[in-house]
Design a protein around this ligand. Structure first.
Ligand SMILES: *Cc1c(COP(=O)(O)O)cnc(C)c1O
Length: 395
């Protein structure tokens, strides 16, 4: 019986060039973003300029985490305590957490079998909030043309959580550039790895200026090279509180060489994704999540559905795969475990039951695809899942 011995949490090493740059930063002793030698741009500003260019955005701000970027974006677009914010029922804890951190109240929108936000449900709830925090959870992009049309018609500002879609596109448009703000994470399991970190892009000068002030700029915003000019800060600087969450030169130094390789890395993820998907397709009882032709995804993880399976059988599949070295995470559990949780586990954010979404959440099995896996590993993983799903399905 075949067994997989790879490690689902093992990412690739940091590129040597990035390590060399990080060592230079440490030797300089100047790690804080505003600790610059005369005339120096600094790694953080350079990263922001390069990331803005890569995303085709006007402005960029680097911050301490993806979750910080989300909360900063909410504040920067003007969300106040007590406001409601629409968001996905299928997402990770930092998303409702960011909403709660500014004293706002999440209103959850359902998930489809395609694992994207349910646009009919969004249209039905469009009157309930002025902001949508859209989570492209696990890299699945909804029909962004229709989504933006719904939000534009209802006067809803969209903030995109692109933790799993850095480098992805809808109809050729980079993820994070449809909404007013795009937020990214550079935490270890995302598409660039600085341990912790986040980035935010926008084309709106006032949102950008507020985000810069919020992140803890003191009155040093003039050193940013991917921020609006000083005139935009004239009033904003007096009215925007400092909620420190800057990025430092060390992390920026580690990220810049990774940004240069992002497109290539996305392709490598997709090769692995397709190898697993090909191996799973046609397994009786298992639903592959079909992707739209308009979507260029980044397959850094893969999900499949065991729709309408009894819980005991589904857990049996998870246990049997685990015994053969394949770690599947289940989003349907009543108790939050590890990184997984359901909208109804966030008890600080009350929600009405969503039976159609519950049916989908109960069926989702999720697996990371680190780039340390070879294509043969991916084929082996798919064979193991196929065999174990088949054994339980028939038994
Ligand atoms: C990782 C993640 C975030 C936030 O990232 P952190 O950098 O860990 O704060 C937000 N949304 C989703 C869906 C994520 O997976």
């Amino acid at each position: 019986m075949e067994r997989f011995t790879g490690n689902f949490t093992q990412q690739e090493p940091i590129p040597e060039e990035a390590i060399a740059r990080a060592v230079e930063v440490m030797r300089s002793g100047r790690l804080h973003r505003y600790n610059l030698s005369p005339g120096e741009e600094g790694e953080v500003s350079t990263l922001e300029r390069e990331f803005a260019a890569a995303m085709g955005s006007t402005y960029c701000l680097a911050v301490a985490s993806g979750g910080y970027a989300l909360a900063c974006a909410l504040r920067a677009v003007g969300v106040q305590p007590g406001d409601t914010v629409l968001t996905n029922a299928f997402t990770l804890a930092p998303v409702p957490g960011a909403i709660a951190s500014v004293g706002a109240v999440p209103v959850f929108v359902g998930v489809t079998e395609g694992l994207v936000i349910d646009l009919d449900d969004l249209a039905a709830k469009a009157g309930e909030a002025k902001v949508l925090m859209l989570s492209h959870m696990r890299g699945h992009l909804a029909d962004m043309d229709r989504l933006m049309a719904i939000c534009d018609a209802a006067g809803i500002t969209v903030i995109e959580d692109c933790a799993h879609t850095m480098g992805a596109r809808w109809n050729g448009r980079l993820s994070g550039t449809d909404g007013a703000v795009g937020c990214y994470s550079t935490q270890t399991y995302k598409h660039m790895n600085s341990g912790e970190g986040g980035l935010l892009v926008t084309d709106d000068p006032e949102i950008a200026a507020r985000a810069v002030m919020l992140s803890g700029s003191y009155m040093l915003y003039g050193t940013h090279t991917a921020a609006p000019g000083p005139e935009v800060f004239d009033e904003i600087k007096y009215h925007t509180p400092n909620v420190s969450g800057r990025m430092d030169h060390l992390r920026a130094a580690i990220l810049r060489p990774q940004l240069a390789r992002l497109t290539e890395q996305c392709e490598r993820w997709n090769e692995r994704y397709r190898a697993v998907e090909d191996g799973l397709r046609g397994t009786p009882g298992l639903t592959v999540v079909e992707r739209s032709a308009a979507e260029y995804y980044v397959g850094s993880s893969i999900q499949f559905l065991l729709l309408d399976w009894p819980e005991a059988k589904l857990l049996d599949v998870v246990a049997r795969c685990k015994a053969r070295g394949v770690e599947l995470k289940w989003f349907g559990g009543a108790e939050p475990v590890g990184f997984t949780s359901r909208y109804d586990s966030w008890r600080y954010a009350p929600s009405a039951p969503m039976p159609a979404s519950d049916r989908v959440l109960k069926a989702i099995l999720d697996m990371r695809l680190p780039l340390t896996f070879e294509l043969e590993d991916c084929a082996l993983i798919a064979r193991i899942i196929r065999a174990e799903v088949g054994a339980v399905w028939q038994g």
